[in-house]
Design a protein around this ligand. Structure first.
Ligand SMILES: [Zn+2]
Length: 218
């Protein structure tokens, strides 16, 4: 039997907000962000000390106290733009600019925000995809798999998400751990097979910036 624990760091309650106001996500007009579906909750910042420090300790505690095989972390990657003090400071340190307040890709700050991932987008999104998979690749130089794939040694491919953003790299990426197996029909049964076994479409972009590591799934 495999036991998976679940945590949900994407939102929290009044008592946490009172103790650590800087853990809460902030809207573009500077207000702490209420949850879109549960008004008693506050959305947390995915890129500040709440996720990086506090939740890391929570997960260490779970793994040390209980014999679970893994943890499913709901919405661990944040909830869109955040203008909290940590996000402002980190973006300024990385780019010298203030966080963008527009989605216009010609805005210099927005361009830098997208380029943090090392990719550019034409704004096309594919989905909902049926039966799309990610193929696990060996590094072409070493023949080994990237450490980001640790624990998946016996898997040739894993299931993909349902939506993907079409992106082009604008930086040089040295590793291509995951590539796209494009969507194919999920019915009728005799047509359920991948039409393309392998593509060169990278589906995870790994960068290091200073002491930071960026992992972007388009
Ligand atoms: Zn933030």
């Amino acid at each position: 039997m495999v036991v998976i624990a679940r945590t949900d760091p994407h939102a929290t309650y009044d008592d946490v907000k009172e103790a650590h106001p800087d853990w809460i996500a902030v809207t573009a007009d500077g207000k702490p962000r209420r949850h879109w579906a549960s008004p008693e909750l506050w959305v947390t910042c995915g890129l500040g000390p709440y996720n990086f420090e506090h939740m890391t300790e929570v997960h260490k505690e779970i793994m040390s106290l209980y014999r679970v095989d893994g943890i499913f972390i709901n919405r661990w990657d944040g909830s869109g733009m955040c203008y909290c003090e940590h996000c402002q400071k980190h973006f300024k340190l990385a780019t010298g600019l203030d966080l963008p307040r527009t989605n216009n890709p010609s805005d210099p700050a927005r361009r830098q925000h997208i380029h943090l991932f090392g990719v550019s987008t034409k704004g096309r999104v594919e989905g909902p995809m049926q039966n799309s998979y990610l193929r696990l690749e060996n590094d072409s130089a070493t023949g080994k798999r990237h450490p980001v794939l640790a624990g998946l040694e016996d898997a040739p491919r894993i299931i993909n998400g349902v939506w993907r953003v079409e992106v082009e790299p604008v930086e040089r990426f040295y590793s291509t751990p995951l590539t796209l197996i494009p969507s194919y029909p999920d019915l009728p049964m005799e047509k359920v097979y991948p039409r393309v076994v392998k593509t060169d479409k990278t589906q995870v972009f790994l960068r290091e910036l200073g002491r930071g590591r960026i992992v972007y799934f388009p």
